[in-house]
Design a protein around this ligand. Structure first.
Ligand code: AMP
Ligand code: ZN
Length: 119
């Protein structure tokens, strides 16, 4: 498993920086975002370090499918309201103009009753 010693999310995965854990399995670690945009906001992060969707390849097919298919279950466990009146937003910021700040790929899962703190 590739880790970057200077990466904040690698440090969170390794337990060197504290986090509020939502879920963990062999492929991913999920934890609450420290600056939530909404009542529910957590990140699903691959345990393997790679920077963004620009570095994703066929070797990540299983991982990326796992992240997307895990999100609905964790979203409801974390308090997102039932679909279709409720729901959630799934977002992967990619590159500076995509709004990416942390260069370890992550899926934002955002939801809960509106209004949100940040739309
Ligand atoms: P992005 O802009 O898509 O790269 O998102 C990075 C996210 O990581 C932001 O929403 C931050 O609030 C969040 N974040 C940064 N540091 C931490 C941390 N130590 N624990 C939890 N979330 C963090
Ligand atoms: Zn990393």
């Amino acid at each position: 498993m590739h880790h970057d010693p200077d990466c904040i999310f690698c440090k969170i995965i390794e337990g060197k920086i504290p986090s509020q854990k939502v879920h963990e399995d062999e492929l991913v670690y999920a934890f609450k975002d420290i600056h939530p945009w909404a009542p529910v906001h957590f990140l699903i992060v691959p345990k393997e370090h790679f920077a963004s969707m620009e570095q994703a390849g066929p070797q990540h097919e299983k991982l990326l499918a796992h992240m997307l298919l895990l999100a609905p279950r964790l979203a409801k466990e974390q308090g997102c309201n039932p679909y279709p009146a409720g729901g959630y937003r799934l977002q992967i910021n990619t590159g500076a103009e995509g709004g990416q700040e942390v260069y370890h790929l992550h899926l934002h899962v955002v939801g809960g009753s509106r209004p949100w703190f940040k739309a």
